[in-house]
Design a protein around this ligand. Structure first.
Ligand code: SF4
Length: 210
């Protein structure tokens, strides 16, 4: 394909800058412990200083890949697909999610919610970031709110974000990996005192899987 054609296909969401894709166990949040095929899309300018996938930020490093190819790969492995990044909503997710749904796959997203929502999602995991807050629609449709706890102020941020999120969303506090020794005991206390919250751990990192 010509460069111009690729650029147009990416703008339409027919091609996406694919960083990696792999079949594994969902490590965090509501669906922890369940098998899923992960599709990691490059591109994110939210800029979390503790981000553990900084290689994803520059979309130009990741080859524009046809959504047909991504879907063909996914359907060989799993019934559930998790679209993550980077920030997947940087791109138009409508073509990818339509094709995944046409194959009867369950489609989940993990997003900061910082960009307008596109695509159709069976599970919308919203993980807001202070540097670029979610759009209102993300708060409205989230099934799960997952707030990363890096320091004590993040508990205040978590409550602010919960107040903006629809009241059916399941609420999680998750220690930022590099601060887990310090923050996990505080999260345990916080959840016991505020039982609307649950703890999410990055169990894939304990299991040494992607
Ligand atoms: Fe990293 Fe996610 Fe933050 Fe983007 S939103 S910088 S991918 S943690």
């Amino acid at each position: 394909m010509l460069q111009k054609e690729i650029q147009i296909a990416v703008e339409k969401g027919d091609m996406l800058p694919l960083m990696e894709e792999f079949y594994t166990i969902q490590g965090e949040g509501y669906h922890t412990g369940t098998a899923a095929y992960f599709i990691r899309i490059g591109g994110c300018d939210v800029g979390c200083h503790w981000c553990d996938v900084k290689e994803s930020w520059n979309a130009e490093l990741h080859p524009p890949t046809s959504t047909d190819v991504i879907v063909a790969n996914a359907k060989q492995y799993a019934e559930t697909v998790v679209v993550t990044g980077g920030e997947p909503l940087t791109w138009d997710m409508a073509p990818l999610t339509a094709k995944l749904k046409a194959e009867n796959l369950r489609v989940h997203i993990e997003t900061s919610g910082a960009y307008p929502v596109s695509g159709h999602w069976d599970w919308f995991c919203l993980s807001p970031k202070k540097t670029k807050l979610p759009v209102q629609e993300a708060y409205d449709i989230a099934h799960e709110l997952k707030v990363i706890i890096h320091n004590k102020h993040d508990f205040i941020f978590a409550e602010e974000q919960a107040a903006r999120t629809n009241d059916k969303a399941i609420l999680f506090l998750q220690p930022e990996w590099s601060k887990k020794e310090e923050m996990t005991p505080l999260i345990i206390d916080y959840v016991m005192n505020n039982p609307k919250w649950r703890i999410s751990l990055q169990t894939h990192k304990y299991l040494n899987i992607p």
